[in-house]
Each structure stands twice: as structure tokens, then as C-alpha cells.
Design a protein around this ligand. Structure first.
Ligand code: UDP
Length: 510
């Protein structure tokens, strides 16, 4: 093969294609910004309504001279039987809507390929839930890299489940749902309760099929991009790469790309509360005295659970900021106990729907995070040096809870045991007010355990910040990836001008 170099003026061009869920879009936009800051042309591919949110961020970067763009493809909501304007996972409120959403995602293949044809990216970073992008990229002879939005720990955990199926040995026992099993092959001894395992492992559901497709496309893809940093989970980074043989780059925490107030305040969506009001409110509090309570962008609770949480927070006596999202069918209905809002005035700040999360977590007054354990939230909390109370519900959230409480020991469990996906409309086992009060006092209190967790979280935060600075491990891995993509593109260029065999799939160049 020839070694002709690419023309000097060739600017490497990356396409980034997240699934339209805030937990996937938000880190992908950060990643697009990271590439643009390294001189690449970054193009985010998304649907019309999501483009509106993304464009505000990209506009600011463009004004700073970065080459970052958004390309829009229509989302066929009506064609698949979804209401017009539904383009995002957080708007899905039943299993049937989820199935239709995935049909719509598959219909994006043709318009996506038309965009590749028109704009000639050199490589594609595409969401795990778009498995067909491996095939699309191969058609154009460019690499597809997968973004799951999960940690090395969670990726390794999921892979162990897929390979060893450790629940099978106990699934026929009469008391199976109360039993637990060890996850084989992991660097630490990690046990899982059967009730924490998703149904799609235990029986064939729409998600089982999706999971299998995702895994197959990942095995055929060029590699995996991870929003984590080596120092956080060295044993799992090694395990994933060496024992499981995955080619992976860690480039996180990507949220640290957001440095000023406007970046942090407008990340994802415009917040429903004025950011300066929140900052002033926090300024009036003692260091480490406020609990931030949020369950991510999708999860919603019933009024029963919200009531228990409200009573628990109030009786804890701690200051808190609570982002509330009600069930769709209960939206807007008052659930607060009588007089609650008056009683908590000055002590508790309620935010309906969307808060500037990273801005809040980074404030010195925040001393704890009650979280559903979405990976973005966990990594954002750790980057800010904030220990956690863990309240997982579905997806990789139970794995993340185990990582936080057992591996890095920077959090305590509220004690939920049941895997419940948000569209099932159930709460799982109700967490009672006394339990909430107890764990909040434990975390925000001055006990030795709380002090130790806070110290640990602060150390992790320091490591996180160093990892993304020049000379840090995430900075270096991003450089490695960019260099590898340059070499790949050069080789492709040389082959084409030497008239050698046309490259149709990226694996030839591995
Ligand atoms: N987020 C936010 N404000 C909110 C709720 C969520 O900024 O009120 C952001 C949060 O910072 C994170 C993302 O939305 O980046 C949620 O992702 P995560 O993986 O934590 O959970 P998911 O929403 O995917 O369940």
C-alpha cells in the first residue's frame, strides 16, 4: 500500500449521531465540542426539535471560531404512529411508544447515508442504539465508533451478563426473585439480586432483540468511545480492553468541557429556573450543606412516591434543591402535603422539570447528590467532588450504583431492589419517608462515614480535572484517537490514489 500523505489542508471531519435522549445527546454534544476544540470539523446529526437545543451551544462555539455544525434529518414520528412532534425518549410514556420509536430510529438509515454521501465525514461516532450505522459507515469505507454513554465498569458488567448468563442457574428456583448471583469474570466480587436484573435478560422482550443487535454491531465496529477517565476505574478499563478485547478510548469526563456559567446553564436544555437565582440561593448556604435531588431526564415518579420523598426531605432538616418531574398522566396536579412549600421556604428549592445540573453540582454549598445513577449524573457528581445517595431504576443504573457504593465507595444506597423501566408506570418498591430521612442525614451529616465519602469524592474530582488537561490520560486518549483517524484517512487516501483495491469496509485497515 502506498504511503502518500493526505493533503496538508485536509481537515479531519467527524459525524456525531446521538440517539435523541438527553442522556445521550448531552455528552455527544460535549464530545463534538472537544473534537472541534482540537481543530476537527464536528458535525452533529439530529432531528429538527433536538437541533433547536443543540444549536444554541454550537452557535456559541462557532462564534469562538470552532468548526462545529448541526445537520438535520427529519424524524418520522407520524409515519410510525407516534404523535407529531415526539422526537425524544423522555416523551415516550408506554412500551408501545418505545417500540414505535425504535422503528422510527431504523428509518433514519437512508437519510443518514445521504448525509454521509453529501458531506464526506472521515469517521462516524454513533450511538449504541443506532446499530445499523456500522453498516452505513462501512458502505462509505469509513470507521464507525460506538458511544454507549456507559462506564468501563458497566460495559464490562453487561458483557459478563451476555457471556456467562449467571442468572440462569437460579432462575428456576421458587424463590428466584429473592436470590442473588455473582457476576463472573469481573475484577471485584460483585453480586446482583435477581430483582435488579432487567426482564429482557430473563425473557425475550423488544429490548432483548435490541441488545443483541447492539452487541453484534459493536463487535463489527472500529471501537468504543467511553465517557470516563482511567484513574476512576483502572481495573475495569484494563479488563474491558485486555480481557474482553475491546478497542476503546476514554475521553471523559466530557462535562468538564463546560467551563463558564452560560455553558453549564444551557447544557442540554434551557433550565426552567433562572441560573442566577439558583446561584444566589446557593451562595447563602454553608459549604457542603445542600443536597441536590434529581432523577435524570426520563424517570418520573408517581405522586405517592413524590409524597414520601417530600416528607423525608422535609423531616431530614437539610437544605435541598429538588428537580421534580411528575408522571405524564399526573402532570401539573398538586401532590405536595398541605403547607409543604411554605414550610420549606428558604430551606428547599423546588425546580420543575429541568435544572442547570452541572452548575449546581459545581457549587461549594452542594454536599450530596440524591441520584438515579444515570452515568452522566454519576460522572458529573464525581467531577464536582460530591458523594451520592443512590436510587437506581433501570438501564445501567443498578450497575452504576454498585460501582459507586462498592467499588469507589463514594455513596450510600437508598435501598431500592427492583428494576422498573419508566414506561411501565410502576414505582417498584416504595421508598418510605423514614428511609429518605435516614440516608440524607447520614450523607449530609458529620459522621466518619460521610466525611470519608466526601474526602474520596473530592480526590476523584481532582483526578477527573487532571485527566482532561493537557498531559492527562483522557486528553492523551483523545489525541491517540485523532491520530489514528488521521492515519486511517491517509491510508485510505493513498490506496485510492495508488489505484489499489477499493476499501469497502473499515475492518481491512484494523
Ligand atoms: N440534566 C440536567 N438537568 C436536569 C436533568 C438532567 O442538566 O434537570 C442532565 C444531566 O446533567 C445529565 C443528563 O441530563 O447530563 C441526564 O443523563 P443521565 O445519564 O444522568 O440520566 P438519564 O437522563 O439518561 O436517565
Amino acid at each position: 500500500m502506498g504511503t502518500e500523505a493526505l493533503p496538508d489542508n485536509h481537515q479531519l471531519h467527524v459525524f456525531l449521531f446521538p440517539v435523541t435522549a438527553h442522556g445521550h445527546m448531552i455528552p455527544m454534544v460535549d464530545i463534538a465540542r472537544l473534537f472541534a476544540a482540537r481543530g476537527l470539523k464536528s458535525t452533529i446529526v439530529t432531528t429538527p426539535l433536538n437541533a433547536t437545543n443543540v444549536s444554541k451551544t454550537t452557535e456559541r462555539d462557532r462564534l469562538s471560531g470552532f468548526d462545529i455544525n448541526v445537520r438535520i434529518i427529519p424524524f418520522p414520528a407520524v409515519e410510525v404512529g407516534l404523535p407529531e412532534g415526539v422526537e425524544s425518549v423522555d416523551e415516550l410514556s408506554s412500551p408501545d411508544m418505545v417500540s414505535k420509536f425504535f422503528v422510527a430510529l431504523n428509518m433514519l438509515q437512508q437519510p443518514f447515508e445521504e448525509l454521509i454521501e453529501a458531506h464526506h465525514p472521515d469517521f462516524v461516532i454513533a450511538d449504541m442504539f443506532l446499530p445499523w450505522t456500522t453498516e452505513s459507515a462501512a458502505k462509505f469505507g469509513i470507521p464507525r465508533i460506538v458511544f454507549h454513554g456507559q462506564s468501563f465498569f458497566a460495559l464490562s458488567f453487561g458483557e459478563s451478563l451476555a457471556i456467562y448468563k449467571p442468572w440462569e442457574a437460579i432462575s428456576t428456583h421458587a424463590d428466584a426473585n429473592d436470590s442473588s448471583f455473582v457476576i463472573p469474570g469481573l475484577p471485584d466480587k460483585i453480586e446482583m439480586n435477581m430483582s435488579q436484573l432487567s426482564d429482557d435478560f430473563k425473557s425475550q422482550t423488544i429490548f432483548s432483540e435490541i441488545r443483541e443487535k447492539v452487541r453484534e454491531s459493536e463487535l463489527n465496529s472500529y471501537g468504543i468511545l467511553v465517557n470516563s477517565f482511567y484513574e476512576l476505574e483502572p481495573a475495569y478499563a484494563e479488563h474491558y480492553r485486555n480481557a474482553l478485547g475491546r478497542k476503546a478510548w476514554h475521553i471523559g469526563p466530557v462535562s468538564l468541557r463546560n467551563k463558564d456559567v452560560s455553558d453549564k446553564a444551557q447544557r442540554g436544555r434551557k433550565s426552567t429556573i433562572d441560573e442566577h437565582y439558583v446561584l444566589n440561593w446557593l451562595d447563602s448556604k454553608e459549604p457542603n450543606s445542600v443536597l441536590y435531588v434529581s432523577f435524570g431526564s426520563i424517570s418520573r415518579f408517581s405522586n405517592n412516591q413524590l409524597l414520601e420523598l417530600a416528607m423525608g426531605l422535609e423531616s431530614s432538616g437539610c437544605s435541598f434543591i429538588w428537580v421534580i418531574r411528575q408522571r405524564k398522566n399526573e402532570d401539573g396536579q398538586i401532590f405536595f402535603p398541605q403547607g409543604f412549600e411554605d414550610r420549606i421556604e428558604g430551606k428547599g428549592l423546588i425546580v420543575r422539570d429541568w435544572a442547570p445540573q452541572v452548575l449546581i453540582l459545581d457549587h461549594f454549598a452542594v454536599g450530596g447528590f440524591l441520584t438515579h445513577c444515570g452515568w452522566n449524573s454519576v460522572v458529573e457528581g464525581l467531577s464536582a467532588g460530591v458523594p451520592m445517595i443512590t436510587w437506581p431504576m433501570f438501564a445501567d443504573q443498578f450497575y452504576n450504583e454498585m460501582f459507586v457504593t462498592q467499588v469507589i465507595k463514594a455513596g450510600i444506597r437508598v435501598g431500592v431492589e427492583e428494576y422498573v423501566i419508566w414506561v411501565d408506570g410502576k414505582d417498584g418498591s416504595l421508598v418510605k419517608r423514614d428511609k429518605v430521612k435516614m440516608v440524607v442525614n447520614q450523607l449530609i451529616g458529620q459522621g466518619d462515614e460521610a466525611k470519608e465519602m466526601r474526602k474520596r469524592a473530592k480526590e476523584i474530582s481532582e483526578m477527573a480535572k487532571k485527566s482532561v488537561e493537557e498531559g492527562g490520560s483522557s486528553y492523551a486518549d483523545l489525541t491517540t484517537l485523532i491520530e489514528e483517524m488521521k492515519n486511517y484517512t491517509s491510508q485510505k487516501f493513498s490506496s485510492s490514489i495508488m489505484g489499489s483495491e477499493t476499501i469497502t469496509g473499515h475492518q481491512q485497515l484494523h
